[in-house]
Every structure is written in C-alpha cells, then in structure tokens.
Ligand binder design. Structure first.
Ligand code: NAD
Length: 480
C-alpha cells in the first residue's frame, strides 16, 4: 500500500480476489514533479500464470451466471466508480498528469458508463432465429474464456474499463495488465471490483513490464482472447503471440489523424479545435495532428490558431487554469524531442515551439513540412506537435488525408452537408468527426484501419469479439 495524492493505493497484484506481491518491484514516478510515487509489484511468468489460472477456474461459473446476473455485478461496480471519482481522479492525475478537472468531470465517469452500457447491451442482446432449407437456425453467443487485456499509459483507467467492460459482460473472465508508467488507477479499479463482489478470479490485475508480464500473459495457452491498446510496434509482438495460440486478437493502435478545414467552415470553431489538439500534451491517439487547410483561408486560419494556442497554459494538472500538462515520462519527452530535432535537421520549418519547457513539459509545436513524405508528417509523435499543409481542391485534401499508413480518426470542418458526406466517405479512418471531436456513442464501432488497428470495439462489435458465435440448426418436424 502506498499513499498517493492522499489515497492509499494497493501496490500488489490482484489475483483470485486477493492481493499478491512479487519479489521484484518497479517504480512509478509522477510526471508532475518527476518524483517517485510508489514501488509497484513487478510480475513475472509465475504471477501471470497464477492470474490466468484463477481466471480459467472462475470462468465456468461466471459464464453460467448469464447476462442478467453479470449485469448486477457490473452495475454495482459502476456505482462504486461514481462514488469514488475523487480518489480515482487524484491518483490518475498524480500518476499520469492528465488534467484533474477533466478526470473529475468526465474521464472517470466514462469508466462507470462503460460498465453500465455493456451490462445493459449484453442483457438486451437477442439471439437471431430464422428458417431455411427445412431447418430452424439460431445464432448463439458463447462466452469465449479468459481474456488478456493490455492497456497503454494514457487514460489508463478509462481505456481499461472500455475493454474489460465488454469482456466481463460477455461472460469472459479477465486478466488486465496496465502500463508500467501509470498502473495505479487500475489497482484501485481492482479494489472496487472486489468491493462490488465480483467472484474471485473473474477480474485480475497483474502489474509489470510489457516485455515480461505482458508477453507472458498474451502467450499463455489458457488465454482465449487478447485485447490490446497501445503502439503499432507492440501490436506486432502481441499479435504474433496470439496467432501462435490461434487466439483472436484486437488492437487499437496509434494514429496520424488529419484535421481538415475547408474554406466554407466556421474558422473560429476549426481553429479553436485545432489548438485543442494540444490538450493532454497531445498524448491522445485520436488527436488531429496534421492540419490540412484550404489555401484561401490558410492565413485567416493560422491567425486564429496562434491566438487560441497563445491562450494555452502549461502548468500543474491539478490547477484549474492549466490546459497543457507535462509529458508522462523522461523517455517519452526524449522521444518527442527526437522527432522535432530530426524534423529541424531535415529542413522542416518549426513555426512555433520546438523546445522543452521546465520539468517534463514540451512547448506546443507547429511545423510546416517541406514534403508530405517527411517523418514528422508520416509517423505518430504522441506529443504536442502538429504540422500544417495547404490544399487547393477537395481531391487533394482527401489524397493528403489518406497518405499515411494509419487510419484511426479524421476531423473535418465544413458547412456543406454534401462535402461532409463525400469527403467523409472517401477518408480512410475508423471514425470521422464533422465539425466536432471526441463525441462518442458507445454502441458505434470504434477502431482503426491500416497501422491503426485490427478489429472493432464498441457496442455489439465488442461483445461479439469476446464470444464464440455458434449456429444451431434443427431439422424441422423432428422435435416437438
Ligand atoms: P506500448 O505499446 O508501448 O505499451 C502498451 C502496453 O503494452 C503496455 O501495458 C506495455 O506494458 C505493454 N507491452 C509492451 N510490450 C509488450 C509485449 N512485448 N508484450 C505484451 N505487452 C507489451 O504503448 P504506450 O506507449 O503505452 O501507448 C501509447 C500508444 O498507444 C500510442 O501509439 C497511442 O496512439 C496508442 N493508443 C491507441 C488508442 C486507441 O484507441 N487506438 C488509445 C490510446 C493509446
């Protein structure tokens, strides 16, 4: 147990309804001041095996409980999340440096909503029946088994609930491995699952390093589903391990998302949203990091964009006035800095920012690339670094937008419905927002194309992933 932001946070794993330690630990630091926050139990293959076996043993009873029985547990968990918003927000802010006011106002509550949403969707799911070829056909959903869930360090609580909620609602048991840079809010989630009365072994959390605990988890032969959110590079390893065991694998990965502004758009709104892409220090997979602006309004857009960016306040994420927090970790800061330095050396024009601030801050940075092939245009930085490019025609905008190997999201500003439809259809992205950003309906499919991911989460799409679909066929007239 470690005191963090006034909250006692368990630092051991949560396995089979109990806290389990490890011989080794790792240190999680606070990005706010770079100081150590806690020594966290560091799982190896032994603890991972314990957790997976617990999930395996708990699976038959959890599956047999049915959607209504499971929903009662998940609703209790959602209520407990709502009742503990302050503690969860304070700990995640200390561990990851997301803005405290966002965590309090919406991010933690979204975790509760995820459990309620999937609990109710699983209850509402109807098996599909029809007659054909002289038989009755029925599609049945069978819970798949223990699921491995691996999550990244940004928004760790919300992203972990986004994956564990459909898994549990569908009847899978879960072993969650949160990221080593921000594991603490997921430890609190385990405590709440315990308090909600989830049976031992249904929900387990192991903490550790990706290449050790994560790799052991996804390769474990008793795991029946692997759900991953993180980088494309890691997905290649995890996907390989899942493939070796012939286990379905879903991956929500990075993006290099376009934010496209047409001349007919509300420029104030578009520029404000573009400057808003620096929120959370740009550590958001869905961020529109490539600003594509129609030539005649480029100057007018940039004037507004700079004014909106000037209004940003870099500071302590616990302070209400702060809009941009520090980056998660010195290694990540060095990675972001490396991108900008290489862009500079490569002759790309740094229009604003382009330097470290104090501590783990990096200045909001805007780059005018000289070529669309530049690394800074093509690869995900995952920091407060945007590029801008002008386009002359709708076709050119679409071509630029679709010119990277990613395809996670796109943001489009236009006042024309026809254009919204035409361009929206042509964009290669899992989600296209028109004149808005980050609004989500949890029943809609969510995921990426190309290097941005495999599979879809959201609504029934996620419940299907955590189920084995079966067709039952009965010859008509033979049963009564
Ligand atoms: P990462 O890939 O480095 O790590 C993600 C998780 O994988 C961590 O828990 C890590 O411990 C684990 N891991 C690392 N190597 C592993 C291995 N060999 N086997 C098993 N597990 C392993 O990613 P990150 O730096 O934590 O997160 C940032 C990335 O996540 C960015 O690319 C971002 O765009 C992406 N992301 C995507 C979404 C989305 O919904 N598409 C959401 C958030 C973040």
């Amino acid at each position: 147990m470690s005191p963090v932001a006034g909250v006692d946070v368990p630092t051991d794993h949560y396995i089979n309804g109990e806290r389990v330690g490890s011989e080794r630990t790792f240190t999680t630091i606070s990005p706010i001041d770079g100081e150590p926050l806690a020594e966290v139990a560091r799982a190896g293959a032994r603890e991972v095996d314990l957790a997976v076996r617990a999930a395996h043993d708990a699976f038959p009873a959890w599956a047999a409980l049915g959607p209504v029985g499971r929903a009662a547990h998940l609703h209790r968990l959602a209520d407990l999340i709502d009742a503990n918003v302050e503690a969860l927000a304070a700990v995640e802010c200390a561990d990851m440096a997301m803005l405290l006011r966002s965590l309090r106002a919406r991010v933690i509550a979204r975790g509760a909503l995820n459990y309620r949403n999937y609990a109710d969707l699983a209850v509402a799911y109807e098996e599909r029946d029809w007659r054909s070829k002289g038989t009755w056909n029925r599609v049945q959903r069978m819970p798949a088994g223990p699921a491995a869930v691996i999550t990244p360090w940004n928004a760790p609580f919300m992203l972990s609930t986004w994956k564990t909620a459909p898994a549990l609602a569908a009847g899978c048991t879960v072993v969650l491995k949160p990221a080593e840079w921000s594991p603490l809010s997921c430890s609190l989630l385990a405590s709440l699952a315990d308090e909600a009365g989830l049976p031992p072994g249904v929900f387990n959390v192991v903490q550790g390093i990706g290449e050790e605990a994560g790799a052991a988890l996804v390769a474990h032969p008793l795991i029946r589903r692997v759900s991953f959110t993180g980088s494309t590079e890691t997905a290649r390893h995890i996907g390989g391990a899942a493939a070796a065991n012939v286990v379905p694998f879903t991956a929500e990965l990075g993006g290099k998302n376009p934010l496209i502004v047409f001349a007919d758009a509300d420029l104030d709104a578009a520029a404000a949203k573009a400057a808003g892409q620096y929120d959370d220090a740009g550590q958001v997979c869905l961020s529109g990091t490539r600003l594509l602006v129609e030539e005649p309004v480029l100057d007018a857009f940039l004037t507004r964009f700079h004014a909106a960016t000037d209004a940003h306040v870099l500071g302590d994420p616990r302070d209400d006035a702060t809009t941009i927090s520090p980056l998660i970790h010195p290694d990540h800061l060095a990675r972001v800095e490396g991108f900008v330095e290489r862009a500079r050396e490569d002759g790309q024009r740094i229009v604003r920012g382009g330097a470290r601030g104090a501590g783990l801050f990096y200045e909001p940075t805007l780059i005018a690339p000289t070529s669309n092939d530049a690394e800074i245009v093509q690869n995900e930085v995952f920091g407060p670094v945007l590029t801008y490019q002008a386009f002359a025609t709708e076709d050119e905008a679409i071509a630029l937008a679709n010119s990277t190997n990613y395809g996670l999201s796109a943001i489009l500003y236009t006042s024309s419905l026809g254009r919204a439809d035409r361009v929206g259809r042509a964009l290669r992205a899992g989600t296209v927002w028109v004149n808005t950003f980050l609004v989500r309906d949890l029943t809609a499919p969510f995921g990426g194309m190309g290097l941005s991911g495999i599979g879809r989460e959201g609504g029934d799409y996620a419940l299907d992933f955590y189920s084995d679909l079966k067709t039952l066929q009965i010859l008509e007239g033979t049963v009564g």
